[in-house]
Write a protein that binds this ligand. Structure first.
Ligand SMILES: Cc1cc2nc3c(=O)[nH]c(=O)nc-3n(C[C@H](O)[C@H](O)[C@H](O)COP(=O)(O)OP(=O)(O)OC[C@H]3O[C@@H](n4cnc5c(N)ncnc54)[C@H](O)[C@@H]3O)c2cc1C
Length: 250
């Protein structure tokens, strides 16, 4: 039987953090394997105009921006697979990444699984999300004009002290009750804080307590949560992985 392939770097997630890590590790000739998960391109694919990403004076479409990053990583040799990671085993070297019936072996891991906006769960929220009046981004989606059917026509509220109900005549609802980091498949073995964000070792934004295992972007950063900060952390994680491989044999 042939020996199983051991990847230099497996990157989990293809938002700005994972794609930037893919560009850097691919350019360093590490031939990264990138796992896309449930949302290829990440959160930015759900918005139209991104106006604050450096280098685009007139803004850029969110989907196009992540497509550009993917193309850039592919150009240097990054390989992409549509796999949802269920769990990791970090007790062995190489590390094991389990996705369905696949087990992938990797010397280093960069986990960049992002965060999902927390939803209220009230009736109608799911059906009217994205372009129909319910949004998690005030500037992106709250423009539902012309959609006569299937649009937000009001918000029913209840006074929890008196029980009195009323309907507010609004056309858009902006849900802003926080985010849920996508860290569950990895914790344990990795440590997370009370809100579920990955913990890193003191002095590093990206190094976990497990050697050669890094985290980047919205799954660890609950403060800034921007495309450019996620990309910056992806870059940092990639450079750390490259250094680890140079030291331990890449
Ligand atoms: C509507 C909206 C508009 C926004 N507008 C802006 C803006 O204008 N400017 C700005 O700077 N920021 C904006 N943001 C924030 C920005 O999108 C995020 O900060 C950024 O996308 C975070 O990147 P990330 O790589 O950390 O994670 P994400 O973009 O969340 O990507 C996570 C990736 O991980 C993958 N994944 C998750 N779980 C698994 C798993 N188990 N296995 C494999 N893969 C997995 C997903 O498929 C996805 O590819 C916006 C966000 C939203 C929601």
């Amino acid at each position: 039987m042939s020996n199983p392939t051991i990847e230099n770097v497996v990157i989990i997630g293809t938002g700005c953090a994972g794609l930037t890590a893919a560009i850097y590790t691919a350019r360093a000739s590490l031939n990264p394997l990138v796992l896309e998960g449930p949302q290829p391109g990440g959160q930015l694919t759900t918005t139209s105009e991104v106006e604050n990403f450096p280098g685009f004076p007139h803004g850029v479409d969110g989907f196009q921006l992540t497509q550009n990053m993917r193309e850039q990583a592919t150009r240097f040799g990054a390989r992409f697979e549509q796999l949802l990671v269920d769990r990791v085993d970090l007790s062995t070297q190489p590390r094991q990444v389990v996705a369905g019936d696949r087990t992938i072996l990797a010397k280093t891991l960069i986990i960049a699984t992002g965060a999902s906006p927390r939803m209220t769960g009230v009736p109608g929220e799911k059906e009217l999300y994205g372009g129909k009046g319910v949004t998690t981004c005030a500037t992106c989606d709250v423009a539902v004009e012309g959609v006569a059917q299937q649009a937000v026509s009001g918000l029913r509220v209840k006074n929890v002290k008196t029980g009195a109900e009323a309907v507010l005549p609004v056309k858009g609802v902006f849900v802003a009750i926080g985010h849920v980091p996508n860290t569950r498949p990895f914790a344990p073995p990795l440590e997370v804080d009370a809100a579920g964000y990955f913990k890193t070792v003191p002095g590093s934004q990206v190094q976990t307590s497990v050697p050669g295992v890094y985290v980047a972007g919205d799954c660890v950063d609950h403060v800034y949560r921007q495309a450019i900060t996620a990309a910056g952390m992806g870059c940092a994680a990639a450079i750390e992985a490259e250094r680890w491989l140079a030291e331990h044999g890449g």
